[in-house]
Write a protein that binds this ligand. Sequence first.
Ligand code: CMX
Ligand code: CO
Length: 171
Amino acid sequence: MSDAPHSASEFITPPSSSTPSSPSVPSAPFSGITRLDHVGIACRDLDASIAFYRSTYGFEVAHEEVNEEQGVREAMLRTNGTDDGGATYLQLLEPTREDSPVAKFLERHGEGVHHIAFGTADVAATAAGVGERGVRVLDAEPRAGTAGSRIVFLHPKDCGGVLTELVQSAH
Ligand code: CMX
Ligand code: CO
């Protein structure tokens, strides 16, 4: 989907001369990441999990779908009230097949936090930039995510044990 490779120079914002203090602290490189989009939680029974979050915290389901490629039935529960497209969600994930990543995770670790997902306006560019920093990008091209979003996963072994997703919303 990205038709041109991205170079590291697109990501690195040179130290800003408008930041007068702390000259010894370099500016962070620009990754294109704008927010924590969601926390993915592996569960065995999606409806029971939805009921827990609704009754305990009052979270409502913003979206529900089956993603056959990822092997999940999933629900997105909105945890805050912004209407600017920058909301943060819990993504509840129930496996639809035995060989899916979530089924494998449940078998090894049981229910619990499966991944985190950072939002970006350009998932291909952000993934390329992160990849240039030595993190294994698991998807050569962005795949179909929730509600028409485009997603890429980063290897947990290169991210301090945290399976990390990059997501670009459809809107
Ligand atoms: N978080 C942290 N570590 C994880 C992990 C996770 N979710 N899943 C696997 N690992 C670790 C394992 O503990 C294991 O570590 P050790 O070797 O130290 O025991 C290692 O990674 C290999 O684990 P594995 O069970 O053999 O799993 P695989 O290598 O076959 O697959 C991974 C791991 C991350 C490559 C695979 O799960 C993947 O491609 N995930 C991305 C897709 C995905 O998760 N889709 C579901 C969510 C969809 C969505 O968010 O929309
Ligand atoms: Co996710």
